[in-house]
Design a protein around this ligand. Structure first.
Ligand SMILES: [Zn+2]
Length: 401
């Protein structure tokens, strides 16, 4: 940022200092937020006004980002430039930290993609401050239709410690979440080793039995990935792997609450049963995120896909079939509030402090003297509209007024 004074969209920016009037997301109280030298240097209570200001909250953290703007992390031709473009694109959605997510593929592709991201994190400070942790979703998942979702069957395989080690080596230790199915023999032992190595094991894309899920949790699995998606279209009423995971208090679940992946009743039921503290929101956004409505050749190798006007990503001609997610995590905040009748604070925490805690990312609360990782936003007509994103004290996104 150059020197001098700039006033834009109600933000007053003086060289390395910015003054922003905003409403606290938990209380609705008006504050003047002063940012200086990367930190919140003052929070001054405003006695008058407030409703006209945007909300301010801890920046959003998305544990599942497959790509954006026509690019995927699962890409044999992935380059540092593409990684940088995806990382910077997160700013406009209020995301200050995200996990690049790698899905089921052959070993060479996974290794290349993971290594490219790890290299970029080490060589590009702008990328490093937006992502530190990687999410490996697969290839150790269920091969069955339904639980497998859109992951290619030919590359699904049972858990293999040596392969995981090779991928973790390519990541230079940055894989922080492994989503897998515990339905394979030896899963508890495998999970125990993974957890001992400091990686969060998430149950997902699974057709595991109740006993297998219980054994996985006893072995250290602590998360359920996009609960309710990556499942059979029809399952036995009970017991089944959904009830087992909902009832297990040692599992925190992620939910894709984009309005398309889960009906309102499911979001409400899961959030009420597990509690807000044990639910986090993810976008699971693919390379079709950020693309205008239209028909595209899928960047994830799914053939032709269509982005509809409402952001729904479908198979052309079969609009009831979802082909992934294309909406940012902020959409989930608004939907979670609506579906589960949550206050704003709870819904935002499910997309910020909650996911940050899972990967051990130190996302500060709104306090003087803490690093400024913030999102300023409005909710207008049911839309989550990001006004500004602050990453490590720098305003990295500011909406045109
Ligand atoms: Zn998935």
């Amino acid at each position: 940022m150059s020197g001098g004074l700039e006033v834009k969209n109600g933000f007053c920016i003086i060289t390395s200092m910015a003054s922003i009037k905003a409403r606290h997301y938990a209380t609705g109280t008006g504050y003047e937020v002063i940012l200086q030298d990367g930190e919140i240097s003052a929070l001054s209570y405003l006695f008058a006004g407030g409703r006209e200001f945007p909300f301010v909250a801890p920046g959003l953290v998305d544990l599942q980002v497959n790509g954006y703007g026509g690019m995927e992390f699962n890409d044999p031709a992935l380059t540092s430039e593409k990684v940088r473009k995806i990382a910077l694109a997160m700013d406009q959605d209020g995301v200050v930290e995200f996990c690049p997510t790698f899905t089921t593929a052959d070993h060479a592709l996974l290794r290349h993609s993971i290594r490219t991201v790890a290299d970029t994190i080490e060589s590009d400070a702008d990328v490093a401050r937006r992502c530190q942790h990687l999410h490996l979703e697969g290839p150790f998942i269920s091969a069955e239709d339904g639980p497998r979702g859109a992951h290619p069957q030919t590359h699904v395989r049972p858990p293999c410690w040596d392969e995981f080690q090779q991928l973790q080596e390519a990541a230079r230790g940055r894989i922080k979440i492994l989503t897998m199915s515990p339905e394979y023999d030896g899963s508890p032992q495998f999970i125990g080793k993974i957890v001992d190595s400091g990686v969060v094991v998430a149950i997902g894309h699974t057709s595991a039995s109740s006993d297998q899920i219980a054994a996985a949790v006893d072995a250290g699995a602590s998360m359920s990935t996009h609960l309710g998606n990556g499942a059979h279209g029809t399952i036995r009423r009970h017991p089944n792997y959904l009830w087992d995971q909902i009832a297990e208090d040692r599992l925190t679940c992620s939910l894709i609450a984009d309005g398309h992946h889960l009906p309102a009743a499911v979001v409400k039921t899961v959030v009420r049963a597990k509690s807000v503290e044990r639910c986090v929101l993810v976008s699971d956004i693919t390379g079709m995120g950020g693309m205008p409505p239209g028909i595209y050749e899928s960047t994830a190798g799914l053939g032709k896909v269509e982005v509809l006007d409402d952001g729904r990503l479908v198979v052309p001609g079969q609009r009831q079939l979802l082909a992934g997610a294309a909406l940012p995590i902020g959409v989930g905040i608004v939907k979670a509030m609506e579906y589960a009748e949550l206050p704003l604070e709870s819904a935002v925490n499910m997309a910020s402090l909650g996911p940050a805690r899972i990967v051990g990312y130190r996302l500060p609360k709104l306090e003087v003297g803490t690093r400024a990782d913030l999102v300023f936003f409005d909710i207008i007509d049911g839309q989550f509209e990001v006004v500004a994103t602050v990453n490590a004290g720098e305003i990295v996104y500011l909406k045109d007024s």
